[in-house]
Design a protein around this ligand. Structure first.
Ligand SMILES: [Zn+2]
Length: 280
């Protein structure tokens, strides 16, 4: 399912570009403020509070961030259904080619996919999490600006801190889409494993690279009954890329992807792969 995470990253680039544009726009607003009202490179609160000048700028910042939130939500709403569909059909293909038999699976209806990806799995739907990230972005930007005015900071200093704030929010946005993708892949796989009727057991499959967490390394290659209540739920953690592949009686996997060399390697579990790599 690595290719789906790549797809997620590629499509999420649009969102990162929107973050950069928003930051540029806000920096321009701040620059205007300095050009118009700064004396010796410093802003003055009393001056800025005249005629609600500061409030007007804050309102513009808020609008800018709201616009960014709309773009982000729109893009996430495009990405997740696509990931769900691809995960479902790719997994169907894997089962068919592994079991060497045609399986029954459904053609996914758009309404069904929409419902599956917006399913409220953690108590907070992703749209709300996106909006709360953006609310906190607005708050941080206001704090940075106020601090800059009170402490008489230069425009460079204020602009640099705003960039930092944006960078960390862009990072959070990326983490959110990755976690959501992982959840969606897992939901799509659950569905196809149930629909197919040939899959009874699943193999926990981590990614063969150095970023994999300790817990996922240890679970890699372990087999679980499909309905085992102790089967780890995916994603196991933020940024988790692990998935389940079908185990089919009498069939064994001969190869899997080494995500460091990006090549296929003979099938080994994480520990075997790691030990083999270190010995070399
Ligand atoms: Zn993991």
């Amino acid at each position: 399912m690595d290719s789906l995470y790549n797809l997620t990253d590629v499509q999420h680039k649009e969102v990162l570009i929107a973050y950069r544009n928003s930051l540029d726009n806000i920096r321009q607003l701040i620059a205007q403020l300095y050009v118009q009202y700064a004396v010796d490179g410093k802003l003055n609160m009393v001056e800025l509070n005249k005629y609600n000048r500061l409030m007007a700028i804050e309102k513009k910042i808020m609008e800018e961030v709201k616009n960014l939130g709309t773009i982000e939500l729109k893009q996430v709403n495009l990405i997740l259904p696509e990931i769900y569909k691809q995960a479902y059909y790719q997994s169907a293909y894997i089962i068919e080619s592994t079991a060497q038999t045609a399986i029954s699976f459904t053609l996914l209806k758009p309404e069904f996919v929409k419902e599956a990806v917006t399913y409220n799995w953690s108590g907070v739907p992703f749209s709300e999490r996106i909006w709360s990230n953006h609310d906190s972005l607005v708050r941080s930007l206001r704090t940075e600006l106020t601090r800059g005015i009170i402490e008489g900071e230069s425009i460079d200093k204020v602009a640099r801190r705003m960039k930092k704030t944006f960078d960390s929010k862009a990072y959070e946005s990326r983490r959110l889409i990755r976690t959501e993708s992982s959840r969606v892949i897992s939901a799509a796989q659950d569905k196809i494993y149930n629909d197919s009727a040939v899959v009874e057991e699943l193999i926990f499959t981590a990614t063969l690279d150095s970023q994999t967490t300790y817990g996922c390394r240890k679970l890699d290659g372990k087999r679980f009954k499909k309905d085992d209540p102790n089967k780890p739920t995916l994603p196991r953690h933020v940024n988790c890329r692990s998935c389940y592949i079908p185990y089919i009686e009498g069939l064994t996997y001969t190869t899997r992807k080494d995500n460091e060399s990006k090549k296929l390697t003979t099938y080994k579990n994480y520990d075997e792969w790691y030990n083999n790599k270190v010995k070399k």
